[in-house]
Design a binder for this molecule. Structure first.
Ligand code: PMP
Length: 360
């Protein structure tokens, strides 16, 4: 079967060139006579991969030297616990902007260890927008301030990053890391699971300002203490070696294709194609407030659940797959990460036009 256009939210489509490169060196990596999967994580060959992956990420994202880059396991969800364990140790208060399911889960974990102040929430409108922030509601001595830069399920994103002054800003960037240019200096902690814009599931990246490491609570499990892996160069225990290798290939691919600035331009173009069509369609409707629309996840509906199901099924027949919306919102969602080519979005829009003519 030919490759399809896969609009899955994560694990998600990867660049075909990366998959082919991995396939070519799957059984024997360079002159080692073995697969990266079989290699000791203390070997010279693996060590080079590990260091290159970190160096490439630093270069792509322009990460300053006073930040650690940690290559971890456990998914972004494990960091929902690690963040309070490492940071919630002064006033014991954390400020959160509540923008969906992923902030909800992070809030629930933080509450185990201290007090949570919800600065703003968009729950009143099924998280279809990013709420305005009133600085008067910020906790003056909060241990950190937490946002989810891109909300995978609802398709919203922060188009401006809040200025939290001296309060460390923690960002869950799982679904839009590497998709647009960010000034890393605006953040103090960035966390991201790998399975959208980085590689296969299994790697979790934490970028953390060095001076925030080393203040974890006594009770912090050794594996959740950022200091453990910061001091060990992310080799305290066996890292997700093969995922890190795949991430390295993706980072190389990104660099070859012009880096994040170029990705952002392409992502804006792809998203615009889809939103422009949705905004003039008489059948399909985008669900998110225009100002706050994600470049990565585009939810839309027809307003008729049966028609949505028919659309998803017929799109699948055309090789446009995994368009079903998240189970908590229904409808459709097209995830158009870095690796989704413009041709995939064009084909989707063409199919939507055809479907609309038939069902309007
Ligand atoms: N945060 C966001 C924004 C996500 O989209 C996801 C997963 N889709 C998570 C956190 C959870 O990530 P993981 O499955 O890696 O724990």
């Amino acid at each position: 079967m030919a490759r399809v256009y896969n609009f899955a939210a994560g694990p998600a489509t990867l660049p075909e060139a990366v998959l082919k490169k991995a396939a070519a060196e799957l059984v024997e990596y360079q002159d080692t006579g073995m697969s990266v999967m079989e290699m000791s994580h203390r070997s010279k060959a693996y060590d080079a991969i590990h260091k290159q992956a970190e160096a490439l990420l630093r270069e792509l994202m322009n990460i300053p030297d006073d930040y650690y880059v940690l290559l971890l396991q456990g998914g972004a969800s494990t960091q929902f616990s690690a963040v309070p364990l490492n940071l919630l140790n002064g006033s014991g208060i954390a400020d959160f902007v509540h923008t969906g399911n992923w902030s909800k889960k992070a809030i629930a974990e933080a509450k185990r260890y201290g007090q949570v102040n919800i600065v703003a929430s968009s729950e009143d409108k099924t998280f279809a927008y990013i709420p305005e922030l009133d600085e008067n509601k910020f906790t003056e001595n909060a241990d950190y301030f937490y946002i989810v830069t891109n909300n995978t399920i609802y398709g919203t994103r922060f188009t401006s990053i809040p200025d939290t002054g001296n309060i460390p800003l923690v960002a869950d960037m799982s679904s839009n890391i590497l998709s647009e240019v960010y000034d890393i200096g605006k953040f103090d902690v960035i966390l991201a699971g790998s399975q959208k814009n980085i590689g296969p599931a299994g790697l979790t990246i934490v970028i953390v300002r060095k001076d925030l490491v080393g203040q974890a609570r006594e009770i912090t499990p050794v594996m959740l203490n950022w200091k453990t892996q910061a001091e060990a160069g992310s080799l305290y225990n066996t890292p997700p070696c093969y995922c890190i290798y795949m991430a390295k290939l993706v980072f190389e691919w990104l660099k070859e294709h012009g880096g994040i600035k170029e990705m952002q331009a392409r992502n804006e173009e792809k998203a615009q194609l889809l939103y422009d069509f949705l905004d003039q369609s008489e059948l399909f409707k985008a669900t998110v407030n225009p100002r706050d629309r994600s470049l990565m996840n585009v939810p839309f509906v027809t307003g008729d659940a049966d028609l949505d199901a028919l659309f998803i099924s017929e799109a699948g027949d055309q090789g446009l797959v995994t368009l079903k919306g998240h189970r908590s919102v229904g409808g459709m969602r097209a995830s158009i990460y870095n690796a989704m080519p413009k041709a995939g979005v064009e084909k989707l829009v063409e199919f939507m036009k055809t479907f609309e003519r038939q069902h309007k």
